[in-house]
Design a protein around this ligand. Structure first.
Ligand code: HGY
Ligand code: MN
Ligand code: MN
Length: 418
């Protein structure tokens, strides 16, 4: 690493404007963004970023699972590249910064290197990981998961959305929209990865700190619960003869909520039922079937195992005359990030006088899977009141600029590292 490495200043106005321009694609009346993975709007976002990249002379590649790679060559082209990035897909009626910050902070770093004629031995890349949110195609993090070998390509390409459209068809549409993009093979190595993201909680805001130096990412377990009873006439069927799946499912959900509260006095566990589907969903039919989805997260592997295993026990105990089935659909262990990246993020914050603190990530991010491939880490900035996965999500221009500056510094150091 050269002793006298100088760190150029990023262009705060430009990176903010790029956020505002990207947020126009899928903008909602409520001030957020609705841009599901590889929807026409998300493909439009990829086309815009491709245009920006080509205007700057950067290379653009796509892989077979819909990830996008924007490159700036190094002086040692054979050297393994370093990268930074995140995702452009959003939650339904999500925010303007979740994902976009990580892509645009990295893109600003590349533009800053270009503006300053900076050379680095290693090539530097911006990555746009497909389907991070998992709102349209389950599971989420599938672009980075397939790229790093954590998820199987064919399984993910075969996934369908609620209209029966396959991920494969969406990836083909992305490739058709960007016919000049090069092809990237899955799993091409990196020498280091850093992802900027809004914190999506309130620790930084409460502490008055600008930068979160992320040390770990908590684990998760996700479950589908199916409760089957008997559909029946709501006017003629007495209680004694009902197998009401709604009653059974709500008893199960209530018992689970209480169980997770009693066993989590410090409010560390994150237990959420975000989907609750009552079928057939008619006014005069006693529900014969209910499906609901549990998202459970925790920083402790023991707590994930213990409390997660309790879910099917409680479902069976509360099913009454109905039949409850619990299916675990995905899980990920708590992961530490790389000390190399953690220390570079901390040093960059200090270098620019940005107040920082170490913290874990309670949300899932692509950096989790990049950790399988290379030393990886994350940098957080505050978002107002910790609001995210909500149209009201907001961040400040100076915090967005701080994220871009830290990413720029970390990438530059990594690109000079042996
Ligand atoms: O759900 C998550 O943690 C991520 O924001 N998709
Ligand atoms: Mn995100
Ligand atoms: Mn998200």
């Amino acid at each position: 690493m050269p002793e006298n490495l100088s760190f150029p200043k990023i262009n705060a106005e430009r990176v903010w404007q790029r956020h505002m321009d990207l947020a126009k694609i899928g903008a909602t009346d409520g001030g957020g963004v609705h841009r599901l993975a590889l929807s026409d709007l998300d493909i439009e976002a990829h086309v815009l970023i491709d245009q920006w990249a080509r205007q700057r002379g950067f290379t653009v590649e796509l892989d077979v699972i819909g990830n996008m790679f924007i490159g700036r060559p190094g002086t040692a082209p054979e050297a393994t590249p370093v990268a930074s990035g995140s995702h452009t897909d959003t939650q339904p009626f999500g925010g303007r910064f979740d994902g976009a910050l990580g892509v645009l902070a990295a893109f600003e770093a590349l533009e800053t290197f270009e503006d300053n004629g900076i050379e680095s031995p290693r090539p530097i890349e911006v990555t746009v990981w497909n389907n991070e949110e998992g709102a349209r195609f389950m599971p989420g993090l599938s672009g980075s998961g397939v790229y790093t070998g954590a998820l199987a390509l064919d399984d993910m390409l075969a996934c369908t959305d609620s209209d029966g459209i396959t991920m494969r068809a969406c990836v083909e549409r992305l490739h058709q929209a960007l016919p000049d993009a090069g092809r990237r093979e899955l799993g091409r190595p990196y020498a280091g990865f850093v992802e900027a993201h809004i914190e999506q909680a309130t620790l930084l805001e409460e502490a008055g700190h600008t930068i979160g130096v992320v040390t770990d990412i908590q684990g998760n377990r996700r479950f589908e619960v199916e409760v089957v009873g008997d559909a029946a006439h709501s006017g003629t069927t007495p209680r004694a003869r009902r197998k009401d799946a709604f009653i059974a499912a709500t008893n199960i959900a209530t018992e689970l909520r209480q169980h997770f509260e009693v066993n989590d006095p410090d409010d560390i566990a994150r237990f959420t039922i975000g989907i609750f589907d009552v079928q057939p969903g008619a006014k005069s039919i006693v529900p014969g079937r209910v499906e609901f989805f549990i998202d459970f997260r925790h920083p402790s592997a023991d707590a994930l195992r213990k409390l997660g295993d309790d879910i099917s026990v409680i479902a069976k105990a509360q099913q009454g005359r109905c039949e409850a089935q619990v299916r675990e659909v995905s899980s990920a262990a708590p992961e530490p990030f790389s000390d190399v990246i953690i220390e570079k993020v901390a040093a960059a914050a200090a270098r620019h006088g940005l107040a920082s603190q170490r913290m874990i990530s309670c949300a899932g991010h692509d950096a989790r899977f990049l950790s399988r491939l290379c030393p990886s880490g994350m940098v957080f900035i505050p978002c107002k009141d910790g609001i995210s996965h909500n149209e009201k999500e907001s961040a400040e221009p100076h915090d967005v600029a701080a994220a871009a500056q830290v990413v720029s510094d970390v990438l530059l150091e990594l690109a000079h590292q042996q």
